[in-house]
Design a protein around this ligand. Structure first.
Ligand code: ZN
Length: 639
């Protein structure tokens, strides 16, 4: 006689074992119709499976966060069913999990799938959904399962089942004529999947992910609870492609990458201007909140990396350099050990704390070439790094200050939506549990004190301390983790940093590792995509172009340019003998925010025709007014 506790706390008693479907029905017909699966004491199971014991039960509908995985996994099964129906024995099924934003299924088939195959598969999937086939579960023993899958020619499935212990029960799901082994759970019928899915692309794969094994073909798809969400996702993909920083980087002539420097950026004049604008802004803002700026060496002796622990834990990611006198040095992957050396110079007292040390630190980390992505993921990058050396008592206040500072910086770049994740102790870590209790406790106190919402990210802390991760949401709804704040009791100990306390005794400072942008390279990639290259005036690498209509405007155009430059505006001139419409198009593509068109008429009246990026209208203004207006717009935001 199970007593079922519902999410609202109410309890329902049933005489016999009861299924999720029956519980949903007892609550209401609407819920019964929307039900996809059921969570029993936190574990999701099929709607029809009996619940025999007292349990906390939650009906999963399309609105539940858990529904996504379920739908996507079912979509993979429906795809496999469609493939078997269309290609019969010519295709063998393997595995098809749900993944972020969708699902895939790996098939074995001698002939490659074509785009036409993809369209046919998708069409058949819709038909299978319309058939509303019941999805049923059975439990078989291993022998029965092996015999069955061998008899239908599914050699990959049979091979996989043989890796399962002989005495283990195997759950088998069937829908229509398709049977698969699967731990589930699944939807009650194929109809519940709905039609909000789409096959996206093909890729190669190997059986069990091993290149020595049979080659498979992977079909990727996306699936959502409803059409609106599918549409929004496809729109986001389209937008992401349109905003791709590599494409815009080329159009705006910002940077390039080449084989001889894998993962290092060649900054062109425009890109470097943007970079320095960002750096200048950060430098000014850091000064306002009491940081001192330092610069630490690129190459440091192995002994220091051994002392800091990096040599042991981080070496596969480090670039090592050897000199002729056989000294082994490493290019720094992080700035912290170097900054501790600066802290250690001279005797520090409690009066020197908190000491906020900032560095635009150039770091190198080895990344496999396959994982490098434009300027977002590189090997050579510059962190807007900083370390706050403070006492234990100061951790909370410094963390609160940092959170406020970080949010105001993000605001400068148009990011208002910032999520915070709290990552606590990982399985592999340095330092005692006592130290971790202390570090986590102070960081938690800090985040509570800010009053900002945060979510827990269990076990994801750094090996030397817990951390906060700051995730910003861009203009098309994508999340980017940029900022971090990490509490560290370990490194000051390892590198012997100390200060003299009020009691005249030596104490260890605590180190707060913090970054706001993360790295300039990645943040600039994020900015380019966030703004789609249409930067606000203060960031635009070229803020204005003076373009002539005919050559008799040349002299005056040069005068306009000089005025703009005098006002500190990053301006260029276009005197080419081209049609003005051609010039307008070209500078629009380069995303120049202001185009100042001048001809004979403007020269005589000492005016300019001001055209804004993306606008068709032009405004005739006195030269001095234009200069004044642009100068005001070009001012960087301040706190
Ligand atoms: Zn650090």
């Amino acid at each position: 006689m199970p007593a079922i506790t519902l999410p609202d706390g109410s309890v329902r008693r049933f005489d016999n074992p009861v299924s999720g479907a029956e519980i949903a029905q007892s609550i209401g017909a609407g819920l019964a119709k929307a039900a996809l699966a059921v969570k029993v004491d936190g574990e999701m199971i099929d709607l029809v499976r009996p619940i025999e014991k007292d349990a906390k039960v939650e009906i999963v509908t399309g609105k539940s966060p858990d529904a996504l995985d379920l739908l996507r996994h079912d979509a993979a099964h429906v795809l496999a069913e469609a493939a078997k129906e269309l290609y019969g024995d010519k295709v063998q099924v393997t595995f098809g999990p749900s993944i972020e934003n969708g699902f895939y299924y790996d098939f074995h088939r001698d002939e490659p799938f074509t785009p036409e195959d993809l369209a046919a598969l998708e069409k058949r999937m819709h038909e299978i959904v319309d058939r509303n086939e019941p999805i049923t579960r059975e439990v078989w023993n291993r022998d029965k399962a092996v015999t069955y899958f061998e008899s239908i020619g599914e050699r990959f499935k049979a091979e996989h089942i043989l890796t399962i212990p002989a005495d283990e029960d195997i759950s088998i799901y069937s829908q229509g004529k398709f049977t698969d082994l699967c731990t589930g759970p699944h939807l009650p019928t194929t109809g519940k999947l709905g039609h909000a899915f789409k096959l996206m692309k093909l890729a190669g794969a190997y059986w069990r992910g091993d290149a020595k094994n049979a080659q498979l073909q992977r079909v990727y798809g996306t699936a959502w609870p409803n059409e609106d969400q599918l549409k929004a996702y496809l729109h986001q993909l389209e937008e992401a492609e349109r905003r791709d920083h590599r494409k815009i980087g080329k159009e705006m002539n910002l940077f390039h990458l080449q084989e001889e420097a894998v993962g290092s950026v060649f900054w062109h004049p425009n890109g470097w201007t943007l970079y320095r604008t960002l750096e200048r802004h950060m430098r000014r803002r850091l000064e306002e909140v009491g940081y001192v700026e330092v610069k630490t060496p690129q190459l440091l002796d192995r002994a220091l990396w051994e002392a800091s622990g990096h040599w042991e834990k981080y070496r596969p990611n480090m670039f090592i350099a050897q000199t002729e006198d056989e000294k082994i040095l490493a290019l720094k992957p992080m700035n912290c050990p170097g900054q501790v050396q600066i802290f250690r110079q001279g005797l520090k007292s409690y009066r020197d704390l908190p000491l906020r040390m900032a560095e635009f630190g150039s770091c190198h980390r080895y990344e496999p070439s396959g994982s490098i992505h434009g300027i977002m993921r590189v090997r050579a990058f510059t962190q807007d790094d900083g370390h706050i050396f403070c006492t234990e008592d100061q951790i909370t206040e410094e963390s609160v200050r940092f959170c406020a500072f970080l949010r105001s910086i993000y605001k400068d770049f148009g990011f208002e939506d910032v999520a915070i994740k709290f990552s606590d102790r990982p399985a592999v870590r340095a330092g005692t549990d006592e130290i971790w209790d202390k570090a986590e406790g102070s960081l938690k106190a800090a985040i509570e004190a800010t009053g900002l919402p945060y979510t827990m990210n269990p076990g994801e802390g750094a090996f030397y301390g817990p951390k906060l991760e700051f995730v910003l949401r861009d203009a098309i709804g994508r999340d980017w983790q940029c900022g971090t704040l990490q509490v560290d009791f370990v490194m000051p100990e390892r590198l012997d940093a100390s200060y003299i306390g009020e009691d005249g005794q030596k104490h260890r400072p605590v180190m707060l590792h913090r970054a706001i942008l993360g790295s300039f390279e990645r943040f600039m990639g994020v900015l380019i995509e966030h703004y789609a290259g249409r930067f606000p005036m203060w960031l635009a690498p070229v803020q204005a172009v003076v373009a002539t209509v005919t050559q008799d405007g040349d002299g005056y155009a040069a005068e306009v340019l000089a005025e703009l430059k005098k006002a500190g505006i990053r301006a260029e001139i276009d005197l080419r003998n081209e049609k003005i419409n051609y010039k307008v198009r070209e500078h629009s593509l380069a995303k120049v925010p202001a185009l100042l068109v001048v001809g004979k008429k403007e020269a005589e009246a000492r005016t300019v025709a001001l055209r804004r990026l993306g606008g068709n209208a032009q405004e005739i203004l006195a030269l001095s007014d234009v200069v004044h207006r642009l100068k005001e717009e070009a001012v960087a935001p301040s706190s």
